[in-house]
Design a protein around this ligand. Sequence first.
Ligand code: SF4
Ligand code: SF4
Length: 346
Amino acid sequence: MSEKIHFLPWERKEEFREFLKKCGVLDEIRKGYRVGLKIHFGEKGNPHYIPPYLVKIVGEVIKDKGAKCWLIDSNVLYRGMRARTSTHLEVAKEHGFMDIGIPVKIAGDFAQEREKEVIVNLKHFRKVYILEDFLEFDYLILLTHFKGHALAGIGGSIKNLSMGCASRKGKYKMHSKMVPQIKKELCIGCETCAKHCPGEAIKVKNGKAKIIEEKCLGCGECIQVCPTKAISIPWESVKSEEFQERLVEYAFGIWKERKGSIFAINFLHSLSPDCDCLSKPAPPLAPDIGIVAGKNIVEVDEFSLKKTIEVKGYHAPEGVDKFLHHRPNIPTHIQMEYGKKLFTSL
Ligand code: SF4
Ligand code: SF4
C-alpha cells in the first residue's frame, strides 16, 4: 500500500471517526473553509448507498475543525428521480441523508445550471464542462460508494468526480459522440423539445421532431423534457475503453481547475456489479471490505480494486477480479492506467 493510502477494514468501521483524523483529510481543511462532500444518494429503490451514519461522522469532524460542509450531488442525464432537484431531494430524504445535520445541495438544476468551460487539450476533449457549484467550495471531499459499472468497469472516485461534477452537457459528451435519437413512432409533435433546445437545433415538421446535427450542443435537455420519452441518448456510440478515458479527462479537468484541492474516500461495501443509478441493482459480488482514503484519486481507486480482487467473492475466488469476472467484456483497469498517465504529466 502507498504510504499515502489509508485503509480501515469494514469490521472496524466503528473507528471511522479516528480513521478520519489519521488519514490526512483534516490536514487539508482550514478553519472557516466551505467544504463540499460529493456523494451519490442512490437512485430510488437502490439500497447500495453509503450508510448515512458514517457520512454524519464526516460532517461532525469537519465542523470540529471550524469549517462548514454541504452534501452535494448533481442532477443526472437519464430519466429518474435524480433528474430533477425536487425529486432528487426526495430520494436523499428517503435514504436518510436529510437528517444527519449536514445541509444538502443539488447542483445542475434544470433551469439554473451554471457551467464552466475548462480547457484541457487532451486526447478526447479539448475542453470539459463542469458545474460551477463544485468549483466554489474551498475543498471537495469525494465520498464514493465503490462498485461495478456496466460501461466504466468500476465506479470509484474517478467516476464520482468526473460524471458527478460535470454539467448536463459534460455528462452527455462523456456518454455519447452522437446527437440524441428520436423515435418517430413515439413523437406526437408537441414541440416541447424545440422550445427548450438552447441550440435551436430541433425542428418539428409534419408532426415529427428532427434534430439538426450541426446545431446540436449535446446538452441532453430535450431528453428530459419530452413527454413521450421519444428522445434518448445513443449510449452505444462510445465503447467502454473510450468511455473510461473520457471519464479520466473530465476528472483531470476538474482536478486541475480545483488545483488539486480534492480528497477521496471510497466505501467498499455492498459491492454490486451495478451503478447506484439503477433502481434494482444486482446483489453484491463479495462481502463488505472497508474504507480507503487518500489524496490521489487514481491510487485510491486502484487500491480499492486491488482489495476487491484479494477477497473471496460469492462467485469468484480470491485473486480474481470480481467485476471483470461478472462482465468479461468490460475492462476494469483503463481508468487507472490512463489516470496515471494524465495525473503524473503535471
Ligand atoms: S418533445 Fe418529444 S413528442 Fe414533443 S415534439 Fe419533441 S420529440 Fe416529439
Ligand atoms: S441535446 Fe440539447 S442542443 Fe441537442 S437537440 Fe437536444 S436540447 Fe437541443
